[in-house]
Design a protein around this ligand. Structure first.
Ligand SMILES: Nc1nc2c(ncn2[C@@H]2O[C@H](COP(=O)(O)OP(=O)(O)OP(=O)(O)O)[C@@H](O)[C@H]2O)c(=O)[nH]1
Ligand SMILES: Nc1nc2c(ncn2[C@@H]2O[C@H](COP(=O)(O)OP(=O)(O)OP(=O)(O)O)[C@@H](O)[C@H]2O)c(=O)[nH]1
Ligand SMILES: [Mg+2]
Ligand SMILES: [Mg+2]
Lengths: 284, 279
């Protein structure tokens, strides 16, 4: 006959899922994702998947339901972000693109410092012909990080500056092309960035994205990707309170990994992207 | 028949998604949901068209109330205020302070005011030069010192200069700052203490999502501001950020930025905003 011990052991081993508790935890996760500016549809899809996995009842025994669900969503988010590959430091042509005021020019300076520290000399090319004193801004940063600098004041064609900058940079330099902030759906500005790409032939095209960006993040990353093909994302201003949830959609829409994060206004405030840190901060 | 709780839940759920996708902050959406639900509770409304109209009406009236805060008539304030009338621009990095200041300078000088600009962002590369280009193009005097100078000193200097020249408005540009950076918040407090601005404007970026709420709350709590300029509304965004900021700090939105040109500054109009959110 069944021993009392074996019945008790059986009860201990079973874990019927408390649907109400799952719903409660899922709702919390949804709130965290939405407050972190994750794209609404993506947040709903993610939490739906978490709920499904929870209701399938594959919870390991002894595991706290909440911890388990958090781990599930963590895995789902990591699947979107991809595994962190080591960033190859070698001379290359890098073009920076993005919306207005995201931190492109500042990030160009930071990347130059990063490369110089790793032993690769860098030239910064000022191809923002729209913004007042954008050339001065980049020139001052180039002095700060002891990088080379190219500008052509008075030249109104960004692609001409890109081509000249590429030609004038010393052989073996990494060349960073700073471009003007632009709306991803402005046909003239998109045409300009395409001409720049043709003239510059970048090996990397990096989207510079503000961590506080709202629902536009995914759409604009998709538009930039379609126009010039993104190879990476740099998420800026993470030293503030913004969580950078928009970056999830930027990655999902472009397939480009997040390479670096900006953590301040100074030239040394650029760090390699770390998935764990980003996700745990995202989930609060 | 009163609107059934369950059907109202479904509708409010759909509404929630639309508002969130329009960049209305999460906590503000919750507030809206609660208010609309409260408004419609137990009302004798037929489901269908009548209910849809009732819900839209409840939503519109709530949003209208939130956005209709005591508007600031800038011309009236300028006429009645101290001479020179000083306007301080505050906000996080890249939100559009310098550009908005230049646009307002253009607008005020077109309206016949004598304008002086204080280049009190003494930190960022090219910040002073950026304002000098605007000053040159607009024919407006920019008061500056060297890079790294004390921002409060530059602002004070500009006010002194304006007083001597009988210019009636001083617009003070400041460096971008994260509300989480205590040192920079202290720096802004010092500028306020030294200058006693007649008007303090928070410049918010309409591209922002939920962080707008954090920014607005903290800037208002630590520094205090009288009104808001919301920028980049020409971008592909609905502008729910307007609702987020108005609803958490209860300050009026004076202007919206609709582009990078000097004329791309429009007085805030509620119906325009509502049309945009409901489009
Ligand atoms: N706190 C903080 N500020 C940053 C960071 N990156 C850039 N900034 C600031 O953000 C503001 C905008 O930076 P810019 O480099 O001018 O941005 P941009 O994308 O080149 O702007 P446009 O060329 O006008 O589109 C500046 O005040 C920078 O100092 C960051 O990681 N943290
Ligand atoms: N499309 C559009 N761009 C804008 C608007 N307002 C500002 N910008 C752009 O946003 C970028 C940043 O503007 P700034 O005026 O330098 O912003 P800021 O707040 O002074 O930046 P920091 O001083 O570095 O913190 C520039 O490229 C501006 O042209 C607007 O209403 N619409
Ligand atoms: Mg720039
Ligand atoms: Mg500025």
């Amino acid at each position: 006959g069944k021993s009392l011990r074996s019945i008790l052991a059986k009860i201990a081993k079973s874990s019927t899922i408390d649907a109400a508790l799952v719903d409660e935890v899922v709702k919390d996760l949804q709130r965290a994702l939405l407050q972190a500016d994750v794209n609404v549809q993506l947040a709903l899809d993610l939490t739906k998947r978490v709920r499904t996995r929870a209701m399938e009842g594959k919870i390991p025994t002894g595991a706290n339901l909440r911890d388990y669900l958090v781990r599930v969503i963590y895995e789902e988010i990591c699947a979107i972000l991809g595994t962190t590959k080591p960033y190859a430091i070698k001379p290359k042509r890098i073009m920076l693109v993005g919306l207005f005021g995201q931190g492109k020019t500042t990030t160009a300076g930071k990347l130059a410092r990063y490369y110089q520290k790793k032993g690769v000399h860098t030239t910064l090319v000022a191809a923002d012909i729209h913004r007042p004193a954008a050339v001065d801004q980049l020139e001052q940063l180039s002095k700060k990080v002891h990088a080379g600098f190219y500008a052509h004041r008075g030249e109104l064609r960004a692609e001409v500056i890109a081509r000249e900058g590429r030609a004038s940079a010393p052989q073996g330099d990494t060349i960073l092309l700073d471009t003007a902030g632009r709306s991803a759906i402005d046909p003239d500005l998109i045409a300009e960035i395409k001409r720049c790409k043709q003239a510059f032939e970048p090996e990397e095209v990096l989207l510079v994205l503000d961590a506080a960006m709202g629902q536009l993040a995914g759409r604009s990353a998709a538009a930039f990707h379609e126009a010039v093909g993104l190879t990476g994302v740099i998420l800026t201003k993470l030293d503030g309170s913004a969580k950078g949830g928009g970056a999830l959609s930027a990655v999902a829409q472009s397939g480009a990994p997040i390479l670096f994060v900006g953590t301040g206004e100074h030239m040394d405030e650029l760090e390699h992207f770390e998935t764990t840190r980003f996700v745990s901060r995202l989930l609060g | 028949t009163a609107i059934k709780e369950k059907t109202l839940d479904d509708v409010l759920g759909d509404l929630e998604i639309v508002l969130l996708e329009s960049d209305v902050a999460f906590e503000v959406v919750q507030k809206i949901q609660a208010r609309v639900r409260e408004e419609l509770k137990g009302k004798k409304i037929k489901w269908g068209e009548e209910a849809s109209a009732a819900i839209e009406h409840a939503l519109r009236s709530y949003i209208r109330t939130e956005l209709s805060l005591k508007p600031i008539d800038l011309e009236k304030s300028l006429a009645a205020g101290p001479k020179p009338y000083t306007i301080l621009f505050l906000g996080v990095n890249g939100s559009g302070k310098t550009t908005s200041l230049a646009k307002l300078a253009h607008r005020l000088s077109k309206q016949g005011h004598g304008v002086v600009i204080a280049a009190a962002d003494t930190f960022r590369a090219g910040a002073i030069e950026q304002l000098e280009v605007h000053g040159e193009r607009l024919g407006i005097r920019v008061v500056r010192q060297k890079e790294g100078a004390d921002p409060a000193a530059v602002a004070f200097d500009a006010v002194q200069h304006a007083s001597k020249r009988h210019s009636d408005v001083v617009l003070i540009d400041t460096a971008g700052r994260q509300h989480t950076n205590e040192n920079l918040i202290e720096e802004a407090k010092k500028i306020r203490r030294v200058v006693h601005p007649s008007l303090t404007l928070f410049v918010g970026d309409a591209l922002s999502g939920n962080d707008m709420v954090e920014q607005a709350k903290l800037f208002n709590k630590e520094l205090g501001f009288d009104g808001v300029i919301l920028t980049k509304l020409d971008a592909d965004v609905k502008g729910g950020a307007a609702l987020s900021v108005a609803s958490v700090v209860h300050k009026p939105i004076l202007f919206v930025g609709l582009g990078q040109g000097y004329d791309d500054l429009k007085p805030f109009d509620i119906d325009w905003m509502l049309a945009r959110i409901f489009a």
